[in-house]
Design a protein around this ligand. Structure first.
Ligand code: SF4
Length: 308
């Protein structure tokens, strides 16, 4: 596999400042997302821009198995493909690589945790209509899906997984691959989004789930999709979590002594909590229970020096 990885090096950086940009990125860049979201295409361009190596895990799987993804699914079933994929992902031990993963990588928590250790996870999010336009060979593409499972069903099933592991999400339904790469680079280099610790990541997932419930009812958004305003609120909440002075000691925002949200955002969040809170118990019981436990923690006090 090592030979395969080294063969995939992409060189010839076209931008004069790409080396300085890549010097800000100490680890790997891992692209996740649905088939048709442009991971492989954007990955090659990104590697070229940043002077990094490029790795496509679907190619690694095929080289490892000496057969195509579709052959694996046809011969051994989609669960077998997911198992092989997990094994291949867990064997990856590289630095300074852009890694384009298969669309089913996010089913493996072990694999995603492994990739997170040395990489920043970028979710390329194309909406369902864009995917329908782009994917012409859905049935023969070698996807790890159930027999007869529709693209729509697969999209909704995986969306939650991608969001769970994403450090950065790039909406790419209507922009070119070059623009996708520009957005990834600026998001990383400008430090617009930092990686969240497990506690804060959990908090962010809870906010996201509540906003989705609220948006579906009040803004008629599609299943698991949110409108632009709600997407902005999710992004805003994430920024606040990144800067939250309490970090791992954080209780829930409702018990906070600072309340760092602006007035209008705070009002929106309160309305969402009131509506979605009770519904979380039925829709996301584990998340709701963890949130309840977090809310039982005493609100931490900020040290005087940190207040200044
Ligand atoms: S409201 Fe308080 S607990 Fe919540 S993110 Fe802001 S500072 Fe942190």
């Amino acid at each position: 596999m090592k030979k395969q990885q080294s063969l995939l090096k992409v060189s010839n950086c076209e931008k004069t400042d790409c080396r300085s940009k890549s010097s800000h990125i100490k680890k790997n860049i891992v692209l996740i997302g649905m088939p048709g979201s442009g991971k492989s295409t954007a990955g090659v361009i990104l590697a070229k821009i940043l002077g990094m190596h490029f790795l496509d895990t679907d190619i690694l799987i095929q080289a490892d198995q000496q057969r195509t993804l579709q052959d694996i699914v046809d011969q051994d079933g989609h669960m077998s493909l997911r198992e092989i994929e997990e094994k291949v992902l867990l064997e990856i031990n590289v630095e300074n690589h852009v890694i384009a993963t298969g669309g089913s990588a996010a089913y493996s928590h072990a694999a995603m945790t492994h990739l997170q250790k040395d990489g920043i996870i970028i979710f390329l999010h194309a909406d369902l209509n864009a995917l329908k336009r782009r994917i012409k060979n859905y049935e023969t593409r070698g996807l790890a899906k159930r027999r007869g499972q529709s693209l729509e069903d697969l999209f909704h099933e995986r969306l939650t997984l991608y969001r769970r592991y994403a450090d950065i999400t790039i909406e790419n339904s209507f922009i070119s691959q070059e623009q996708v790469c520009e957005q990834i680079v600026s998001a990383i280099v400008d430090g617009q989004q930092q990686q969240l610790s497990p506690r804060l990541r959990r908090e962010h997932e809870t906010i996201q789930a509540m906003v989705e419930i609220y948006c579906r009812k009040h803004h008629q958004s599609e299943k698991k999709e949110v409108c632009n305003d709600c997407a902005k609120l999710i992004k805003y909440a994430r920024k606040k979590l990144e800067k939250c002075p309490f970090q791992e000691n954080k209780s829930t925002c409702g018990k906070c002594t600072i309340h760092c949200y602006k007035k209008d955002m705070k009002e929106k969040v309160i309305a969402i909590m009131r509506y979605s809170g009770p519904k979380m118990i039925r829709k996301h019981p584990v998340m709701a229970f963890r949130h309840f436990l977090d809310s039982r923690k005493p609100a931490p006090q900020l040290k005087k020096s940190a207040k200044k």
